[in-house]
Design a protein. Structure first.
Length: 589
């Protein structure tokens, strides 16, 4: 039985590429691209005023700009924080599931006080420029820096952006209910969402309960404001023949580069490249260069190791391989809201900074947990036969180990050098006899020339697994797959391909289970830990598919007014925002 491994197809066409941009070559291609709907994005976040030492949490919504429903186009989204100089302070990559994602980023003390913009977008959206991209204001306060000029400027003319305004909302469809309005510190609170419109109220929503800002500043853009502000964005790309284009990450996370002859500098056409993302759950991809030496591939599975080994499968001449990055957006014309620090804010800033320091001091006692995601099947459905070398007499080299311990695998002589051959399973599969080589990987790294690992130190090997199926990788057939795992699992860290590169890649942010503070009747260690959470409850994506949903959470040691926000969209694309306020009092005072 032959299995087809990953083979790349990008729209079925090739083109010139510069920094991840494709050049549209004719009208037919342009029309095909225009038939793919544009996207738009909304980002609900925990700003707008954030101190260094705090996290910005966000919920990401991606929509089909033609239907206003969740997009199934892009597999990857991006959230960026940029400063007034147009510099990217952060840019995070996130995996989208049915157009949704969530994440956070931590503001370290290297961030200066000032006005920033939070941007949300996909690569496909970048084709229509900044007007297509979600934009909202963020004010960063760094109380540890002496120079606060970034927030001390007086403007002669007002600039659009952050200002005190009445926020639009609508509670006619969904309401937020509590059994009372006032609570004590560290008290359990029960929250209910009531849907009064049946299927018209079904949808996905963000629920956030956060201490009201002590600064005279409005919360960030809500879903209803977004619905109006981004109503008329483009619903298809604004491009013509000959224009450059950002490719949509429709099949997964785009990885691309260029291959040239090392001596002449000329692009290498039709070079077969193998991309290994190593680790215990490895990925193995294939791409062929175009006449300009460009190659593309997509990573769809949730890999664990942010590293890629990119090497030529058959070439034996010196080549130069480059992994390229997509071009950043042109941020010209980006306007920032204004917020000015005043002397009367000094006590507010001091108190919040102290609370942040205490919370960070005890972070280890209440950490978030990273979700591991679905496991990757590196054997592509095959059932491996595995031997653990600790259970046998060890031999010094890989070649001797195969001779002495493995019944179905060994080296053979070939016209291009010795190669590893795995015996066919002719009893299970009715197939023709062949002399194809095996696919061989060490800790997930593809080994193109098997004779180079004949003398590999077998004392470093933990196990060897065999899959005896036939595989097709690009234009070549292989008989079986051999997966060698080392004891340390770090072969990829020092592997230097002769005709390729071993480089880090940016991995999408992992999903998290956010820590939930509890104070039950039974005394626990956490009862003696200070609790200065300003964000009491954070559910970035709540699926409402009935008449009600109920939640519970605990208040912290902070007293005052807390804003309760439900923000999101129905399955029909209607934006909904609901606000409510609860009060927390310290009854010991």
């Amino acid at each position: 039985m032959k299995k087809q491994l990953s083979i790349l197809v990008v729209f079925g066409f090739l083109g010139l590429m510069a920094q991840g941009q494709y050049v549209i070559k004719d009208n037919e291609e342009l029309q095909n691209l225009k038939n793919l709907p544009e996207e738009k994005v909304f980002v609900h976040h925990t700003g707008p005023v954030v101190f260094v030492g705090e996290y910005v949490h966000y919920a990401f919504y991606c929509f089909n700009a033609q239907t206003n429903k969740a997009s199934n186009i892009s597999y990857v989204g991006y959230v960026a924080l940029v400063n007034e100089k147009g510099e990217y302070v952060y840019e995070e990559k996130i995996r989208l599931e049915k157009g949704l994602a969530t994440g956070d980023f931590f503001l370290n003390t290297g961030i200066t006080s000032g006005h920033y913009k939070l941007l949300g977008y996909t690569q496909w959206m970048k084709n229509n420029g900044l007007q297509q991209v979600f934009k909202d204001d963020i004010v960063v306060i760094n109380p540890y820096q002496v120079d606060q000029q970034g927030l001390m400027e007086e403007q002669s003319e007002p600039v659009s952006g952050i200002q005190e305004v009445n926020k639009v909302s609508d509670s006619s469809i969904i309401q937020i209910r509590f059994d009372k309005k006032q609570f004590g510190t560290r008290e359990k609170v029960k929250l209910a969402l009531r849907n009064y419109k049946g299927p018209l109220g079904y949808g996905n929503f963000t629920v956030r309960i956060q201490k009201k800002s002590s600064f005279p500043i409005a919360q960030g853009m809500n879903a209803m404001e977004y619905g109006t502000a981004y109503l008329n964005v483009a619903n298809q790309i604004d491009k013509q023949v000959g224009d450059s284009l950002f490719l949509p990450e429709q099949r997964g996370e785009l990885l691309f580069g260029k291959v040239t002859d090392q001596a002449s500098g000329e692009p290498m056409d039709n070079a077969k490249m193998v991309i290994s993302v190593p680790g215990q759950e490895f990925l193995l991809q294939f791409a062929t260069t175009d006449p300009q030496g460009n190659f593309y591939t997509y990573l769809r599975k949730d890999y664990k190791v942010p590293q890629a080994v990119i090497q030529a499968k058959d070439l034996s001449q010196p080549i130069k391989v480059e992994l390229l990055q997509t071009k950043k957006m042109d941020l010209t014309g980006l306007e920032f809201g204004r917020f000015t620090l005043k002397p009367e804010y000094a006590q507010i800033i001091k108190k919040r900074s102290i609370y942040n320091q205490i919370e960070n001091q005890f972070f280890a006692a209440k950490p978030d947990s990273v979700l591991l995601g679905l496991p990757i099947d590196p054997f592509d459905g095959g059932i491996p036969e595995t031997i653990d070398l600790d259970e046998y007499t060890r031999f010094p080299t890989l070649q001797e180990t195969l001779v002495e311990l493995l019944k179905f695998a060994g080296y053979r002589n070939g016209k291009d050098g010795d190669y590893i051959r795995i015996a066919q399973d002719l009893q299970t599969y009715n197939e023709k006899s062949n002399d194809f080589p095996a696919i061989v990987l060490i800790d997930g790294v593809f080994i193109p020339h098997h004779e180079t690992i004949k003398e590999f130190d077998a004392r470093k090997i933990k196990s060897i697994s065999l899959v005896r199926d036939q595989f097709a990788l690009a234009d070549r057939d292989y008989q079986g797959m051999m997966i060698i795992k080392t004891i340390e699992g770090d072969f990829y860290e020092t592997y230097a391909p002769q005709f390729g590169i071993n480089v880090p890649i940016e991995k999408p942010q992992p999903k998290k289970n956010y820590y939930r503070q509890r104070y039950d009747m039974v005394e626990t260690v956490s009862d003696n830990i200070p609790d200065y959470r300003s964000l009491l409850f954070w559910e970035p994506h709540v699926e409402l598919e009935g008449d009600a949903l109920e939640f519970e959470f605990y208040t912290s040691d902070l007293s005052g007014e807390f804003e309760v926000v439900l923000d999101g969209f129905t399955t029909y694309g209607k934006p909904i925002t609901v606000y409510k306020t609860i009060i927390v009092r310290d009854e010991s005072q």
